[in-house]
Design a protein around this ligand. Structure first.
Ligand SMILES: [Zn+2]
Length: 143
C-alpha cells in the first residue's frame, strides 16, 4: 500500500515536471517550429571559407532555445551567420573564436530570423579541425 502510493507519487511528480517543461518550452518559442538537429538538412550542405567578422551569442532554435555562439562569416558568396553550438559547450571545450579568424565551414544552410546561415558540421581553422555534428546534424560535442 505504501509502496504503491510512493510509485503513484513518483508518476505524479514526473507528470508535473513534464508539464512544467512544456510550459517553459513555450517561452523559448521562436517563429520556426523546428529546433536542434531537426533544422539540419543534409541535402542543403555547403562548404564555404572566409573571415570571421564578428562573434555573437543569442538564444537560438539551432541550440534548442539555449544561448548559442554564432560567427558572422564573410565569404566570396556573401555573409553567413554561422551557428556553432550552445555557449556552455564551447566554454566546456575551451573553444573560442575572434574576429579575424580564417575558417572553413561545412554545414547545412538554414535561415534563422531572416538571416542566411549555416549550421556547422565541421570547421577548420588553421591546422585545427573541429567536428561539431554528425552527418544527420546531431551535436557531437559535449560540455
Ligand atoms: Zn544559432
Amino acid at each position: 500500500m505504501k509502496l504503491s502510493s510512493l510509485i503513484l507519487g513518483g508518476v505524479v511528480a514526473v507528470a508535473v515536471i513534464a508539464v512544467l517543461m512544456a510550459v517553459l518550452g513555450v517561452s523559448f518559442h521562436t517563429p520556426t517550429s523546428l529546433q536542434g538537429a531537426a533544422l539540419y538538412d543534409p541535402s542543403k550542405e555547403i562548404k564555404v571559407q572566409g573571415t570571421v567578422t564578428g562573434v555573437e551569442e543569442f538564444d537560438c532554435p539551432v541550440s534548442e532555445g539555449e544561448l548559442g555562439v554564432h560567427l558572422t562569416l564573410k565569404t566570396t558568396d556573401g555573409t553567413f551567420q554561422v551557428h556553432l553550438a550552445p555557449s556552455r559547450i564551447l566554454q566546456g571545450q575551451r573553444l573560442a573564436f575572434v574576429a579575424g579568424d580564417q575558417v572553413q565551414v561545412l554545414g547545412s544552410q538554414v535561415r534563422v530570423n531572416g538571416k542566411k546561415g549555416i549550421i556547422v558540421r565541421e570547421l577548420v581553422r588553421g591546422r585545427d579541425s573541429y567536428i561539431f555534428r554528425d552527418p544527420a546534424g546531431n551535436l557531437l560535442m559535449v560540455q
